[in-house]
Design a protein around this ligand. Structure first.
Ligand SMILES: [Mg+2]
Ligand SMILES: [Zn+2]
Length: 202
């Protein structure tokens, strides 16, 4: 024992977008029953966590600011996500969400916050709360806001072709202002790429 001398060990994380990445993209999730896992999500989360990565969901939920649904619905939907994952033996380490919108709705949700992706606020908050090593971390998402948030936080962005991903990739690529490091079919493929890369660092 050497109390006081050990620096806290920071762990790497894989940040996961919720809608279109872990769960199906179905538009605004205004009821928990709209949460459906994508086929290989649970397996992907299990593999990442077995390899030592924290699994942290970071999701924009501006439907709250727009008054499409109340904040408690976000909690219920997230709870449903946790429940569906746990049925397949997978767990998350944390879930962060941003209920804000810079121009829509009313106080306290109408706000030019730091948490709404592509800003990196949720990743920074998680890094602080969970002692995450951002330099060894990844972000997987189906939106360019996910890629943007990843770049802003200094984590490696992976775009998945589920959800809005394929449309972004096939029809909008020439206009991208931020680039993903890798493009994967789905979260499972993204996880495989991450684990592969860890085994054979470049
Ligand atoms: Mg998404
Ligand atoms: Zn926010």
């Amino acid at each position: 024992m050497n109390p006081g001398s050990a620096a806290p060990v920071r762990r790497p994380a894989v940040f996961l977008d919720r809608d279109g990445t872990v769960a199906e993209e179905v538009g605004y999730v205004n009821h928990a029953s709209r949460i459906r896992l994508l086929p290989r999500s649970a397996e992907a989360v299990k593999r990442l966590r077995s390899a030592g990565y924290l699994a942290v969901v970071v999701t924009n939920q501006a439907g709250v600011a727009r008054d499409y649904f109340e904040e408690r619905i976000v909690h219920q939907a997230n709870q449903r996500l946790v429940e569906l994952l746990s049925r397949e033996g997978a767990a998350l380490d944390a879930i962060y969400y941003c209920p804000h919108h810079p121009r829509e709705g009313e106080s306290p949700y109408r706000r030019d916050c730091q948490c709404r992706k592509p800003r990196p606020g949720m990743l920074h908050q998680a890094a602080q709360d969970l002692e995450i090593d951002l330099g060894g971390s990844y972000m997987v998402g189906d939106g360019m806001v996910d890629v943007g948030a990843a770049r802003a936080a200094g984590v490696v962005p992976i775009l998945v072709l589920t959800g809005y991903g394929r449309g972004h990739y096939e029809h909008r690529r020439s206009r991208w202002t931020v680039q993903p490091e890798h493009i994967a079919e789905d979260l499972f493929d993204a996880a495989e790429w991450i684990l592969q890369r860890k085994r054979r660092p470049e």
